[in-house]
Design a protein around this ligand. Structure first.
Ligand SMILES: C[S@@+](CC[C@H](N)C(=O)[O-])C[C@H]1O[C@@H](n2cnc3c(N)ncnc32)[C@H](O)[C@@H]1O
Length: 179
């Protein structure tokens, strides 16, 4: 009986550790792919929404949407808002927020590199320089004319923004690009 409980407890500990390892790996998967989960601050998010302009019935994407805050803010402005998130724990966090806010914004567990963006009207980004460079090379040529890209903090290496707004109280900046 003692041995049964001993092995039972050991088995439970092993299972918990496996789940923990999967969770931690998934959480940092975003970082491994080039951008860890760091949510946009409220003040910066408000500025990004303002810069997006009228979003009614427009196709708005947040690529690497984290907990979905920009997606839900855009769908409040009647946008057809879609967020893509690669990390499972962060994706589930976004789904939980969607549930509690009753938002119509769509959250997909998908890599941004696998999404067809030809119908995008506005794209929000908060990605590290390596991903910005890849995005410029691989995704920008597939976007339609007039598509706006609003980036929190990071710039594309070879394209000039049409606007750069500094948010000095947070030492942040938002860059706007138009295709
Ligand atoms: C800096 S966070 C930004 C979160 C959100 N956009 C915001 O502004 O609050 C970047 C997010 O991108 C996700 N990510 C990284 N690589 C990705 C990829 N290839 N496809 C989709 N999401 C990705 C990360 O998991 C992380 O949640």
């Amino acid at each position: 009986m003692f041995y049964f409980f001993f092995y039972f407890i050991i088995a439970i500990i092993i299972v918990i550790n496996i789940f923990l390892a999967i969770g931690i790996f998934s959480f940092f998967k975003g970082a491994l792919y080039g951008a860890p989960f760091v949510p946009t601050r409220k003040k910066i998010m408000e500025k990004m929404m303002e810069l997006a302009g009228n979003m009614k019935n427009k196709n708005i994407y947040d690529l690497g949407c984290g907990d979905g805050r920009l997606v839900f803010a855009a769908s409040e402005k009647k946008a057809n808002a879609i967020g893509l998130e690669i990390s499972y724990p962060v994706y589930f966090l976004a789904l939980a927020r969607k549930f509690f806010t009753h938002s119509s914004g769509e959250i997909k567990h998908k890599s941004l590199w696998d999404e067809n963006l030809e119908n995008a009207d506005v794209i929000f980004l908060y990605l590290l320089p390596k991903m910005m460079k890849k995005f410029e090379q691989e995704k920008i040529p597939t976007l339609k004319k007039g598509c706006k890209i609003i980036s929190n903090g990071f710039s594309f290496p070879n394209i000039k923004p049409i606007q750069e707004i500094k948010i000095s109280s947070l030492q942040g900046r938002v860059l706007v690009y138009e295709i």
